[in-house]
Design a binder for this molecule. Structure first.
Ligand SMILES: [Zn+2]
Length: 277
């Protein structure tokens, strides 16, 4: 690397052709956050960019800042990790796509957040090592909301402030972003809640409290995973004020893997009736 410029670790979130030979690439970078740049001649360059500017790849980029405009100039890129296994499995790839969409819609350009970079890297590595896609995605989301400053309140009832565990039944209010005890759910005039078992709350609280390298010790599967996915989908959609298209698509494609017979429904469908905007 002989040309001047700055360097950063960067994960590719988006990449598309620009003109005959250039590519426009959006990264999530360590230190810098979301950043978009132009890779001049990327489609012709065999050395500087070939097989590197792919979605989800972890790169080490060198770039220069423009005198005008927002696009940085990507001078060259070295491949850190291609996450090749997640590209060979549709469920893993789709789960990675959800992470990508959440990061793209919830961040601003050049608003660096090392925690979010580490979380995204953790999510991609977890998928790449073959961990169950939906469990990784649920754990990713619970940490993601915390990272962007909107950790759902799972420690006490939103309405009466009784600490979790004092009541037998709980639900989740996706609009207010927290749990509601059984007694408070019976009050009139309050927004509806979605059912949530105590066991699922405990696992999600554990996830909130664990560092990334210990998250895989949590067992999130079956009915608990389904509850978590419903809750997180509804909460994320309300928080971001938009449909999370990749998550909807993932739910549509994987719904046969959840539940039995009449109870078998897409987790996004379950969240939809009570949480429609
Ligand atoms: Zn209450």
């Amino acid at each position: 690397m002989s040309e001047p410029g700055k360097e950063s670790a960067a994960i590719v979130l988006d990449c598309h052709d620009h003109g005959e030979s250039d590519q426009i690439v959006t990264f999530y970078c360590r230190d810098i956050g979301r950043m978009t740049g132009i890779a001049k001649g990327a489609k012709r360059s065999q050395k500087r960019f070939v097989n590197k500017l792919e979605l989800f790849s972890l790169l080490f980029i060198r770039y220069t800042e423009p005198r005008r405009g927002n696009l940085v100039f990507i001078v060259e890129a070295e491949l850190g990790e291609s996450f090749i296994h997640l590209r060979q499995s549709l469920p893993l790839y789709m789960a990675a796509t959800v992470m990508r969409e959440l990061v793209l819609v919830a961040t601003l350009d050049l608003d660096g957040d090392d925690g979010l970079f580490s979380l995204l890297q953790w999510g991609l590595q977890s998928l790449d090592t073959g961990r169950p896609a939906m469990a990784v995605l649920a754990l990713f989301q619970i940490k993601f909301f915390e990272q962007i400053g909107y950790q759902p309140n799972l420690s006490s009832c939103l309405r009466c402030n009784q600490p979790f565990g004092a009541a037998q039944e709980y639900g989740f209010d996706s609009r207010a972003g927290g749990i509601v005890c059984g007694a408070c759910q019976e009050e009139r005039g309050q927004s509806p809640v979605m059912p949530l078992s105590r066991g699922t709350v405990r696992i999600l609280v554990s996830a909130q409290n664990q560092p990334l390298n210990r998250l895989h010790r949590l067992s999130l599967s079956g009915a608990g995973l389904r509850e978590a996915l419903v809750l997180l989908y509804a909460y994320g959609r309300h928080l971001l004020q938009r449909e999370i298209c990749s998550l909807k698509l993932l739910s549509d494609s994987s719904w046969q893997g959840y539940g039995q017979g009449a109870t078998r429904r897409r987790f996004t469908d379950i969240a939809t009736p009570r949480c429609a905007q």
